[in-house]
Design a protein around this ligand. Structure first.
Ligand SMILES: *Cc1c(COP(=O)(O)O)cnc(C)c1O
Length: 373
């Protein structure tokens, strides 16, 4: 018998307190056992309609184009650029972390002329500086920022930038991959044209889909492009035809993931969105306080700290990798290390969705007390 033919697929249960994925509710796993059906089966189409309705509520939008792209959060980011940007277009990006940096790379690959508004990692990009860049480049097709910068724990303020974009021709693109489902995201009120997320962070569903919404003026930009959208798979006009009334086959919908997302969204609205966001705020504050009591210093700028992701400096005498490995092996707890130049310097601790429970704060701080003693 070959070695790969034996052995159970049974990973050790983990408490997922990293920057995602977060722990998944058993009801979501149960939903994934629902038998797979065809991509045009009326029952699957009903499941997609349910998802669309609930995503509109979660994004707090009336946008008709609201759906889930069949791939992880990164596909939402790609779709946000590939559909709206044509070669030579000007794109303004606020760059203060790893994921904002990735946005500039995606925009660059679309042939955009990228204007970077730089910010220090761990701080916001002041909205006035982005608005100044927008004034200097009235031709900008699109302005993009990351709402919850998962690499630093910073929450970027959006309203002023959104209001400015709405008064002009520039589309406002927001990455809500970590915030959606755990923090407030008000697409319509904040003047956001394009917003995308993932399933495995704030929404607490396995990775595999990217909730996505686009305003009608954003869709008008896609409809009046001079060139075809260079990606067939992420072409919003094609996705719109499948998720909309036409129901034209585009790709095989990943049925198991759609069942999972519908159940995850139901769990959110059973609790109530407001109650859920409040739980994240209260427990996020509590975690920060408990970590400070253990001697940790916050990394993210005061006043702009995320509730669902806490970043702290690794204390000087503490070995980053060794400590995180002990947390994983001895306590079955995953937390995140730093990305890019923050590797070894900070920890990123998630309290997202199902993971966001008081007992998990106790488990982590108890474990850290024993390890760091
Ligand atoms: C995780 C993350 C992404 C990438 O999402 P994937 O699901 O890993 O593809 C993009 N942006 C931000 C802010 C993220 O936290």
């Amino acid at each position: 018998m070959e070695r790969w033919m034996v052995g159970e697929m049974k990973p050790t249960p983990r408490l997922l307190m990293g920057p995602g994925p977060s722990n998944v509710h058993y009801r979501v796993y149960q939903a994934m056992l629902t038998p797979v059906i065809g991509y045009l089966d009326p029952e699957l189409l009903k499941c997609m309609d349910d998802i669309k309705e609930m995503l509109k509520r979660l994004f707090q939008t009336k946008n008709e184009l609201t759906l889930a792209i069949s791939a992880t959060g990164s596909s939402g980011m790609e779709a946000a650029f590939v559909n709206f940007v044509e070669p030579g277009d000007t794109v303004i990006v606020g760059v203060n972390g790893f994921f904002a940096e990735r946005m500039t790379e995606v925009a660059d690959r679309c042939g955009a002329r990228v204007i970077r508004v730089e910010g220090e990692w761990g701080k916001i990009v002041e909205p006035e500086r982005i608005i100044k860049a927008l004034r200097e480049h009235p031709e900008a097709k699109l302005c993009a920022v990351v709402h919850a910068e998962t690499s630093t724990g910073v929450r970027q303020p959006l309203e002023d930038i959104g209001a400015h974009c709405q008064r002009n021709e520039t589309l406002f693109v927001v990455d809500a991959v970590t915030s959606l489902g755990a923090g407030e995201v008000k697409v319509d009120e904040w003047g956001i044209d394009v917003c995308y997320s993932c399933t495995q962070k704030g929404i607490s569903v396995p990775p595999g889909l990217s909730p996505f919404t686009a305003s009608s003026r954003a869709m008008e930009v896609v409809r009046t492009r001079k060139t075809k959208v260079p990606s067939f798979y992420l072409d919003l006009l094609k996705l719109e035809n499948y998720w909309g009334e036409e129901r034209i086959y585009h790709h095989t919908a990943p049925a198991s993931m759609l069942y999972a997302l519908r159940e995850g969204l139901r769990i959110i609205f059973e609790e109530g969105l407001e109650a859920r966001l409040q739980r994240h705020q209260i427990l996020g504050d509590k975690l920060k306080m408990e970590l400070e009591n253990l001697g940790f210093k916050q990394f993210a700028q005061e006043g702009y700290r995320l509730s669902m992701l806490t970043s702290v400096h690794v204390p000087e005498k503490v070995d980053d990798a060794k400590t995180r490995m002990r947390l994983l092996n001895e306590y079955k707890i995953e937390i995140g290390g730093g990305l890019g130049h923050l590797k070894g310097k900070i920890w990123r601790i998630g309290l997202m969705g199902e993971t966001c429970r008081l007992q998990n704060i106790h488990l982590l701080t108890g474990a850290l007390k024993e390890i760091l003693k």
